[in-house]
Design a protein around this ligand. Structure first.
Ligand SMILES: Nc1ncnc2c1ncn2[C@@H]1O[C@H](COP(=O)(O)OP(=O)(O)OP(=O)(O)O)[C@@H](O)[C@H]1O
Ligand SMILES: [Mg+2]
Length: 236
């Protein structure tokens, strides 16, 4: 059974039809990449999963439950978290305070302490720099804070919107290593990327969107070999 399933989703902004009959799955613990060019509907897909926009028709199912009509807060409480486009950290706050913002759903102090320990074990850097202002960290370091913050809510599924954006090549590699690390810790991920090569190199499966429609899907290895995709996105 899938952890996440979009079934025949049609999402509009006003009268503009963006996502067109989109069906996709993410299994428990699976790493799936969602590829596509600018304005193809990648971020809209993540917004639809989180309930920031509602599909006009079709369903969003998470952990065996139809959440299409549920509020974003409900979906987050059920185990969905996001690292948004451009990371959106609270720049004038410390690393520690940023992590706390990700834990706001956690009521009891004990659970929260365990969440800090789990995130600090995964990213010792965040513990070392916990008192540094987030806005003074490098891009790659901010990426780690954004992932740590998302993981504070102990999600089953982590959505990531273009983690490589704005990072120097060496940091892109580091960023994908971190994604693999989180994946190996058992968190399912849906990673939106324009960097198709890099995204597919770590993914189990991939989907390719073009103007709101799926044009290709399959195991990551198979997509990496796909002639059409290579021409369109992989630049070789
Ligand atoms: N709030 C909105 N109101 C109207 N149109 C929107 C809104 N948000 C996005 N769109 C439009 O929907 C289309 C898909 O946008 P989306 O942000 O999902 O693309 P994307 O694949 O994430 O692109 P990028 O790679 O540039 O981030 C675009 O044409 C965009 O202009
Ligand atoms: Mg986007």
């Amino acid at each position: 059974m899938s952890l996440l399933r979009l079934a025949g989703v049609n999402t509009y902004y006003g009268e503009i039809h963006i996502l067109q009959n989109l069906t996709l799955d993410v299994g428990e613990g699976e790493l799936v990449s969602l590829l596509g060019g600018n304005a193809s509907g990648k971020s809209t897909t993540l917004k639809t999963i989180l309930g920031l926009v509602r599909p006009r028709t079709g369903a969003v199912e998470f952990a065996g439950e139809d959440v299409t009509q549920r509020a974003t807060s409900y979906r987050i409480a059920r185990g969905i978290a996001i690292v948004p486009e451009n990371r959106r950290l609270f720049a004038p706050m410390t690393v520690l305070e940023n992590l706390e913002m990700g834990a706001y759903l956690n009521r009891d102090g004990k659970g929260r302490k365990e969440d800090f320990e789990r995130v600090y074990t995964l990213f010792p850097f965040l513990h070392e720099r916990r008192h540094q202002l987030a806005g003074t960290l490098s891009g790659g370091e901010q990426q780690m804070v954004a992932m740590g913050r998302a993981l504070m809510s102990h999600p089953k599924l982590l959505l990531m919107d273009e983690p490589s954006m704005g990072l120097a090549p060496i940091l892109v590699e580091r960023s994908f290593e971190i994604i693999q690390q989180v994946h190996q810790a058992g968190v399912a991920m849906l990673v939106v990327e324009q960097n198709a090569n890099m995204a597919l190199s770590i993914a189990d499966r991939g989907y390719v969107l073009a103007t709101g429609r799926l044009v290709l899907e399959g195991p990551a290895k198979q997509l990496l070999e796909d002639e059409g995709l290579r021409k369109a996105y992989l630049g070789r």
